[in-house]
Ligand binder design. Structure first.
Ligand code: ADP
Ligand code: MG
Length: 271
Protein backbone atom coordinates (compact mmCIF):
# COMPACT_ATOMS: atom_id res chain seq x y z
CA UNK A 1 0.00 0.00 0.00
CA UNK A 2 1.38 3.42 -0.93
CA UNK A 3 2.37 5.93 1.71
CA UNK A 4 -0.22 8.27 0.28
CA UNK A 5 -3.04 5.74 0.70
CA UNK A 6 -2.00 5.10 4.33
CA UNK A 7 -1.96 8.82 5.06
CA UNK A 8 -5.42 9.14 3.58
CA UNK A 9 -6.75 6.33 5.76
CA UNK A 10 -5.07 7.88 8.79
CA UNK A 11 -6.79 11.19 8.05
CA UNK A 12 -10.15 9.44 7.72
CA UNK A 13 -9.52 7.66 11.01
CA UNK A 14 -8.74 10.93 12.72
CA UNK A 15 -11.99 12.38 11.42
CA UNK A 16 -13.76 9.36 12.88
CA UNK A 17 -11.85 10.07 16.12
CA UNK A 18 -10.00 6.74 15.91
CA UNK A 19 -6.92 8.55 17.11
CA UNK A 20 -4.89 5.66 18.53
CA UNK A 21 -5.49 3.43 15.52
CA UNK A 22 -4.50 6.24 13.16
CA UNK A 23 -1.17 6.56 15.00
CA UNK A 24 -0.48 2.84 14.98
CA UNK A 25 -1.80 2.02 11.52
CA UNK A 26 1.55 1.72 9.70
CA UNK A 27 2.82 -0.70 12.34
CA UNK A 28 -0.39 -2.71 12.41
CA UNK A 29 -0.33 -3.00 8.62
CA UNK A 30 3.29 -4.09 8.67
CA UNK A 31 2.59 -6.78 11.29
CA UNK A 32 -0.46 -7.99 9.38
CA UNK A 33 1.52 -8.27 6.14
CA UNK A 34 4.31 -10.22 7.89
CA UNK A 35 2.00 -12.59 9.72
CA UNK A 36 -0.44 -13.15 6.86
CA UNK A 37 -3.30 -12.26 9.15
CA UNK A 38 -6.86 -12.77 7.94
CA UNK A 39 -8.99 -9.69 7.18
CA UNK A 40 -11.28 -10.40 10.11
CA UNK A 41 -8.38 -10.90 12.57
CA UNK A 42 -6.79 -7.68 11.35
CA UNK A 43 -10.02 -5.76 11.84
CA UNK A 44 -10.54 -7.30 15.29
CA UNK A 45 -7.04 -6.28 16.36
CA UNK A 46 -7.49 -2.78 15.01
CA UNK A 47 -10.79 -2.28 16.80
CA UNK A 48 -9.38 -3.84 19.98
CA UNK A 49 -6.61 -1.22 20.01
CA UNK A 50 -9.07 1.59 19.59
CA UNK A 51 -11.39 0.26 22.29
CA UNK A 52 -8.51 -0.11 24.75
CA UNK A 53 -7.45 3.47 24.03
CA UNK A 54 -11.01 4.71 24.54
CA UNK A 55 -11.20 2.87 27.86
CA UNK A 56 -7.91 4.45 28.97
CA UNK A 57 -9.20 7.91 28.07
CA UNK A 58 -12.41 7.36 30.03
CA UNK A 59 -10.53 6.10 33.07
CA UNK A 60 -8.13 9.06 32.90
CA UNK A 61 -11.04 11.50 32.69
CA UNK A 62 -12.90 9.87 35.59
CA UNK A 63 -9.68 9.88 37.63
CA UNK A 64 -9.14 13.61 37.02
CA UNK A 65 -12.76 14.38 37.84
CA UNK A 66 -12.53 12.41 41.10
CA UNK A 67 -9.93 14.88 42.49
CA UNK A 68 -7.88 12.37 44.47
CA UNK A 69 -5.27 13.97 46.76
CA UNK A 70 -2.68 11.48 45.39
CA UNK A 71 -2.64 8.21 43.51
CA UNK A 72 -1.94 4.98 45.39
CA UNK A 73 -2.83 1.50 44.28
CA UNK A 74 -3.96 -1.69 45.97
CA UNK A 75 -0.84 -3.35 44.56
CA UNK A 76 1.37 -1.02 46.59
CA UNK A 77 -0.51 -1.75 49.83
CA UNK A 78 1.39 -4.07 52.15
CA UNK A 79 -1.30 -6.32 53.64
CA UNK A 80 1.29 -8.19 55.72
CA UNK A 81 1.99 -5.03 57.66
CA UNK A 82 -1.69 -4.66 58.58
CA UNK A 83 -2.96 -8.17 59.48
CA UNK A 84 -6.24 -6.81 60.88
CA UNK A 85 -7.30 -6.16 57.28
CA UNK A 86 -8.54 -9.26 55.48
CA UNK A 87 -7.15 -9.06 51.94
CA UNK A 88 -10.17 -11.07 50.81
CA UNK A 89 -12.52 -8.28 51.91
CA UNK A 90 -10.51 -5.63 50.07
CA UNK A 91 -10.30 -7.84 46.98
CA UNK A 92 -14.07 -8.17 47.00
CA UNK A 93 -14.42 -4.37 47.25
CA UNK A 94 -11.99 -4.04 44.34
CA UNK A 95 -14.40 -5.96 42.09
CA UNK A 96 -16.73 -2.98 42.30
CA UNK A 97 -19.76 -5.12 43.12
CA UNK A 98 -20.54 -2.91 46.12
CA UNK A 99 -20.88 0.03 43.72
CA UNK A 100 -23.39 -1.75 41.54
CA UNK A 101 -25.43 -2.46 44.70
CA UNK A 102 -24.97 1.09 46.11
CA UNK A 103 -23.47 -0.39 49.29
CA UNK A 104 -21.27 1.65 51.61
CA UNK A 105 -17.77 1.11 52.98
CA UNK A 106 -16.34 2.28 56.29
CA UNK A 107 -12.60 2.19 56.86
CA UNK A 108 -11.97 2.76 60.55
CA UNK A 109 -8.74 2.98 62.50
CA UNK A 110 -6.07 5.19 64.03
CA UNK A 111 -3.90 7.59 62.01
CA UNK A 112 -1.36 6.22 59.56
CA UNK A 113 -2.81 2.74 59.11
CA UNK A 114 -3.61 3.23 55.44
CA UNK A 115 -7.26 4.33 55.42
CA UNK A 116 -6.76 7.10 52.86
CA UNK A 117 -4.40 4.91 50.82
CA UNK A 118 -7.06 2.20 50.57
CA UNK A 119 -9.82 4.74 49.92
CA UNK A 120 -7.86 6.23 47.01
CA UNK A 121 -6.89 2.81 45.68
CA UNK A 122 -10.53 1.66 45.70
CA UNK A 123 -11.55 4.97 44.13
CA UNK A 124 -9.05 4.46 41.32
CA UNK A 125 -10.44 0.96 40.77
CA UNK A 126 -13.94 2.43 40.60
CA UNK A 127 -12.76 4.90 37.94
CA UNK A 128 -11.15 2.09 35.95
CA UNK A 129 -14.40 0.15 36.15
CA UNK A 130 -16.17 3.17 34.69
CA UNK A 131 -17.89 4.46 37.81
CA UNK A 132 -18.07 8.18 38.37
CA UNK A 133 -16.22 8.94 41.59
CA UNK A 134 -15.67 12.00 43.81
CA UNK A 135 -13.16 12.32 46.62
CA UNK A 136 -13.72 14.92 49.35
CA UNK A 137 -12.45 15.47 52.85
CA UNK A 138 -15.13 15.59 55.52
CA UNK A 139 -14.16 19.14 56.48
CA UNK A 140 -14.19 20.31 52.84
CA UNK A 141 -17.56 18.64 52.30
CA UNK A 142 -19.17 20.19 55.38
CA UNK A 143 -17.76 23.62 54.49
CA UNK A 144 -19.17 23.45 50.97
CA UNK A 145 -22.56 22.14 52.17
CA UNK A 146 -22.73 24.93 54.76
CA UNK A 147 -21.84 27.54 52.13
CA UNK A 148 -24.48 26.18 49.77
CA UNK A 149 -27.04 26.27 52.59
CA UNK A 150 -26.17 29.89 53.45
CA UNK A 151 -26.33 30.89 49.80
CA UNK A 152 -29.69 29.19 49.35
CA UNK A 153 -28.46 26.58 46.88
CA UNK A 154 -28.36 23.50 49.07
CA UNK A 155 -30.73 21.59 46.81
CA UNK A 156 -28.45 22.18 43.82
CA UNK A 157 -25.40 21.08 45.81
CA UNK A 158 -27.09 17.93 47.11
CA UNK A 159 -28.13 17.00 43.57
CA UNK A 160 -24.51 17.32 42.45
CA UNK A 161 -23.31 15.17 45.34
CA UNK A 162 -25.80 12.43 44.52
CA UNK A 163 -24.47 12.04 40.97
CA UNK A 164 -21.19 10.14 41.45
CA UNK A 165 -21.65 6.41 41.91
CA UNK A 166 -18.94 6.54 44.58
CA UNK A 167 -18.51 9.40 47.03
CA UNK A 168 -15.38 9.08 49.17
CA UNK A 169 -15.49 11.12 52.36
CA UNK A 170 -12.10 11.13 54.03
CA UNK A 171 -11.34 11.88 57.68
CA UNK A 172 -14.63 11.96 59.51
CA UNK A 173 -14.05 12.56 63.18
CA UNK A 174 -10.94 14.72 63.17
CA UNK A 175 -13.12 17.71 63.99
CA UNK A 176 -16.48 17.60 65.77
CA UNK A 177 -19.31 19.02 63.67
CA UNK A 178 -21.64 21.90 64.49
CA UNK A 179 -25.34 21.13 64.61
CA UNK A 180 -25.91 22.58 61.12
CA UNK A 181 -23.00 20.60 59.67
CA UNK A 182 -24.30 17.37 61.20
CA UNK A 183 -27.76 18.05 59.83
CA UNK A 184 -26.46 18.77 56.33
CA UNK A 185 -24.38 15.60 56.44
CA UNK A 186 -27.47 13.62 57.42
CA UNK A 187 -29.35 15.09 54.44
CA UNK A 188 -26.56 14.03 52.10
CA UNK A 189 -26.45 10.48 53.49
CA UNK A 190 -30.25 10.22 53.19
CA UNK A 191 -30.16 11.40 49.57
CA UNK A 192 -27.54 8.87 48.60
CA UNK A 193 -29.12 6.03 50.56
CA UNK A 194 -29.56 3.03 48.23
CA UNK A 195 -28.69 5.25 45.23
CA UNK A 196 -24.93 5.56 45.37
CA UNK A 197 -22.12 4.24 47.54
CA UNK A 198 -20.35 6.26 50.20
CA UNK A 199 -16.87 5.25 51.33
CA UNK A 200 -15.95 6.86 54.63
CA UNK A 201 -12.66 6.86 56.49
CA UNK A 202 -12.65 7.71 60.17
CA UNK A 203 -10.22 7.68 63.06
CA UNK A 204 -13.16 7.30 65.45
CA UNK A 205 -14.86 4.05 66.32
CA UNK A 206 -18.57 4.06 65.51
CA UNK A 207 -19.29 4.43 69.23
CA UNK A 208 -17.55 7.82 69.07
CA UNK A 209 -19.75 9.16 66.29
CA UNK A 210 -22.27 10.65 68.74
CA UNK A 211 -19.52 13.03 69.84
CA UNK A 212 -18.39 13.73 66.28
CA UNK A 213 -21.90 14.74 65.24
CA UNK A 214 -22.59 16.47 68.56
CA UNK A 215 -25.87 14.59 68.90
CA UNK A 216 -26.55 10.90 69.47
CA UNK A 217 -29.91 10.99 67.67
CA UNK A 218 -28.48 12.37 64.44
CA UNK A 219 -25.44 10.08 64.66
CA UNK A 220 -27.76 7.08 65.01
CA UNK A 221 -29.87 8.21 62.05
CA UNK A 222 -26.74 8.62 59.92
CA UNK A 223 -25.31 5.25 60.97
CA UNK A 224 -28.66 3.56 60.44
CA UNK A 225 -28.58 4.49 56.75
CA UNK A 226 -24.85 4.05 56.24
CA UNK A 227 -24.68 0.63 57.85
CA UNK A 228 -27.81 -0.88 56.32
CA UNK A 229 -25.82 -2.24 53.37
CA UNK A 230 -22.17 -1.87 54.18
CA UNK A 231 -18.73 -3.33 54.62
CA UNK A 232 -16.80 -2.23 57.68
CA UNK A 233 -13.03 -2.60 57.73
CA UNK A 234 -11.72 -2.11 61.26
CA UNK A 235 -7.99 -1.53 61.12
CA UNK A 236 -6.27 -2.16 64.42
CA UNK A 237 -2.65 -1.68 63.75
CA UNK A 238 0.40 0.42 63.92
CA UNK A 239 0.94 3.55 61.85
CA UNK A 240 2.84 2.82 58.66
CA UNK A 241 4.38 6.29 58.80
CA UNK A 242 5.82 5.51 62.24
CA UNK A 243 7.10 2.14 61.09
CA UNK A 244 9.12 3.95 58.46
CA UNK A 245 10.43 6.43 61.02
CA UNK A 246 11.20 3.63 63.44
CA UNK A 247 13.05 1.79 60.72
CA UNK A 248 15.12 4.92 60.16
CA UNK A 249 15.91 4.92 63.91
CA UNK A 250 13.98 8.13 64.55
CA UNK A 251 11.56 6.68 67.08
CA UNK A 252 11.59 4.24 69.93
CA UNK A 253 8.72 1.99 71.03
CA UNK A 254 7.87 4.35 73.89
CA UNK A 255 6.90 7.21 71.58
CA UNK A 256 4.56 5.73 69.06
CA UNK A 257 2.71 8.90 67.96
CA UNK A 258 3.99 12.22 66.73
CA UNK A 259 2.20 15.08 68.50
CA UNK A 260 -0.18 16.01 65.64
CA UNK A 261 -1.14 12.34 65.34
CA UNK A 262 -1.71 12.02 69.07
CA UNK A 263 -3.85 15.18 69.05
CA UNK A 264 -5.84 13.84 66.13
CA UNK A 265 -6.50 10.53 67.81
CA UNK A 266 -7.59 11.23 71.38
CA UNK A 267 -9.48 7.93 71.57
CA UNK A 268 -6.70 5.69 70.45
CA UNK A 269 -4.42 3.99 72.89
CA UNK A 270 -0.85 4.06 71.65
CA UNK A 271 0.55 0.61 70.99
P1 ADP B 1 -4.48 7.07 57.32
O1 ADP B 1 -5.39 7.64 56.27
O2 ADP B 1 -5.02 5.83 57.96
O3 ADP B 1 -4.06 8.09 58.33
P2 ADP B 1 -2.62 6.85 55.13
O4 ADP B 1 -3.43 6.09 54.16
O5 ADP B 1 -2.52 8.33 54.89
O6 ADP B 1 -3.15 6.59 56.61
O7 ADP B 1 -1.18 6.18 55.22
C1 ADP B 1 -0.04 6.92 55.63
C2 ADP B 1 1.12 6.62 54.68
O8 ADP B 1 1.54 5.29 54.84
C3 ADP B 1 0.74 6.78 53.21
O9 ADP B 1 1.87 7.23 52.52
C4 ADP B 1 0.37 5.36 52.80
O10 ADP B 1 0.59 5.15 51.41
C5 ADP B 1 1.33 4.54 53.64
N1 ADP B 1 0.77 3.26 54.06
C6 ADP B 1 -0.06 3.03 55.09
N2 ADP B 1 -0.29 1.72 55.25
C7 ADP B 1 0.37 1.10 54.28
C8 ADP B 1 0.53 -0.29 53.92
N3 ADP B 1 -0.04 -1.27 54.63
N4 ADP B 1 1.31 -0.56 52.83
C9 ADP B 1 1.92 0.42 52.14
N5 ADP B 1 1.82 1.74 52.44
C10 ADP B 1 1.07 2.08 53.51
MG1 MG C 1 -6.08 9.57 56.11
Amino acid sequence: MSGFAIEQIQEQMRQLKLVRTAEQLPLLLQDAAKGEVSYSDFLAELLGHELAAKQERHTAMKTTMARFPFQKSLESFDFKFQPSIEPKVVRELATGRFLADADNVLLLGPPGVGKTHLAVALGLRACALGFRTTFVTASGLIASLTRAHTENRLEEKLKLLVQPKLLIIDEIGYLPLERLGANLFFQLVSRRYERGSILITSNQSLAGWGQVFGDQVIATAILDRLLHHSTIVNIKGESYRLKEKRKAGLLTRSEPYTEPERAAAPEQTPT
